[in-house]
Design a binder for this molecule. Structure first.
Ligand code: 13P
Ligand code: SF4
Length: 321
C-alpha cells in the first residue's frame, strides 16, 4: 500500500468518525476500500446491514447503484451517499417495468420475482426480490408452482436446477458481462492443473460452468466456504475484488482466479478519493434517492426478502471488515 493510499485511508477514518458515517462496501470493491469499510459483504448481507443505522448520521455505499438504492429504501432516516453516481450495473438494464407488465399479461396471476440487480422502477412491478444468496429460498417461499423471473438468465437456470417451481424468464438475454467471461474450458484446464482444488462459481456464471464447479453460491457464501473449508486451494469464478479479499484473509490458502480479466468496471468506479470527497463536502448530488411512489412497495418486498432464511451452501454470513 502506498503512503498516499495510507494517508487517504487515515483521513477517511478520521472523518468517518466525525461525520458518524457507516461505510458499506460490496465484496468487489478494491482492497483499499474494503479496509476502511465498516462492513464488507454480498448484496443480501449489505441490505441487512443497511438497516442497522443506530448511532450513524449517514451511509456511504461503495457498490453499484441498485445496492445503494436498497439501503436508501431500507434506512429512510439517514442519507445514503454513493461515491460515484455512474456506478450502474449493466445487468439491471435488461429489465424495464414495461417488459414485466407484458409478461404479467401473458401469465396472469403468476408472481414476479426480480433479482436485486434491477432498477427501482422494475422492482415496483415485482411481488418479491431475491439476491444470489437467497434466490431459491425466495422462490420457494411463495408456495406457488411457477414464477416469472428476471433479469439474469444464468441465475434463473441456477434456481431452476434447485427447485421444482417452474421459472419463466422475462428476457433470455439478461446476463452479467463479467460472469459471462467464464467458460467451461477455463475450469477444465484449471481442474487438471490443480486436482485437489475446490472450485466455486457464482450463479451468474453460464450454467455449464456452474454444473462443472464443486459449489455454486453468492460472494458471501464463497467467503464463508474458504474460511471454513479444510481445503488449501480454491478455484473461484467471480469478480477479482473478492479474490483479492480472500487471498488477503487467508495467506495460508491459494486462491486461483478462473479468469483474471473478470473485473467489474462499474464496481471499480469508486475510489478512496471519491469517498473522501463525500465525507468532506457532503455533495447533495451523491445522495441516492428512489422515486417516492415506488418506495413503500419496494420497502415491503425488501423487508420480506431480508426475512427469508437461506439454506444450504448459499447461506450468507456476516463478514466484518
Ligand atoms: P452477490 O450478492 O453474490 O455479492 O452478487 C452481487 C453481484 O452483483 C454479482 O455480480
Ligand atoms: Fe452487475 Fe455483473 Fe458488476 Fe455484479 S459484476 S455489479 S452483476 S455488472
Amino acid at each position: 500500500m502506498t503512503t498516499d493510499c495510507n494517508e487517504l485511508q487515515e483521513r477517511i477514518l478520521e472523518l468517518k468518525k466525525k461525520r458518524k458515517a457507516l461505510i458499506l462496501a460490496h465484496n468487489y470493491q478494491t482492497i483499499e476500500i474494503q479496509e476502511i469499510a465498516d462492513y464488507v459483504g454480498d448484496s443480501l448481507q449489505l441490505a441487512r446491514k443497511s438497516t442497522e443505522t443506530t448511532g450513524f448520521d449517514m451511509i456511504i455505499f461503495a457498490g453499484v447503484k441498485f445496492m445503494a438504492e436498497m439501503a436508501a429504501v431500507l434506512s429512510p432516516d439517514v442519507p445514503v451517499y454513493i461515491p460515484d453516481q455512474k456506478a450502474l450495473c449493466p445487468l439491471a438494464g435488461y429489465l424495464d417495468a414495461e417488459k414485466i407488465r407484458q409478461k404479467k399479461k401473458e401469465y396472469p396471476g403468476v408472481p414476479v420475482v426480480v433479482y436485486v440487480n434491477t432498477t427501482a422502477e422494475a422492482k415496483s412491478e415485482a411481488d418479491m426480490i431475491c439476491t444470489s444468496g437467497s434466490a431459491v429460498e425466495v422462490v420457494e417461499s411463495l408456495g406457488v408452482n411457477r414464477v416469472i423471473f428476471g433479469p439474469d438468465a444464468n441465475l434463473a437456470e441456477y434456481v431452476r436446477s434447485h427447485t421444482n417451481v417452474e421459472i419463466i424468464n422475462i428476457d433470455n438475454r439478461g446476463h452479467c458481462y463479467v460472469h459471462n467471461m467464464f467458460d467451461l474450458s477455463m475450469l477444465i484446464e484449471l481442474k487438471e492443473k490443480y486436482p485437489d482444488a475446490v472450485s466455486i462459481a457464482h450463479p451468474e456464471c453460464p450454467i455449464e460452468v456452474q454444473e462443472a464447479a464443486d459449489m455454486v453460491g453468492s460472494t458471501g457464501m464463497m467467503v464463508r466456504t474458504v474460511a471454513e473449508s479444510d481445503a488449501k486451494v480454491f478455484i473461484i469464478a467471480t469478480e477479482m475484488g473478492l479474490l483479492q479479499q480472500l487471498q488477503k484473509r487467508h495467506p495460508d490458502k491459494t486462491i486461483i482466479p478462473m479468469y483474471e480479466g473478470a473485473v467489474c468496471r462499474q464496481m471499480k468506479k469508486h475510489t478512496l478519493e471519491k469517498i473522501l470527497d463525500v465525507l468532506e463536502n457532503l455533495p447533495s448530488e451523491n445522495i441516492v434517492t428512489v422515486p417516492e411512489p415506488f418506495v413503500p412497495h419496494i420497502r415491503e418486498i425488501l423487508e420480506k426478502m431480508n426475512k427469508v432464511q437461506g439454506k444450504g451452501p448459499a447461506v450468507p454470513i456476516e463478514v466484518d471488515a
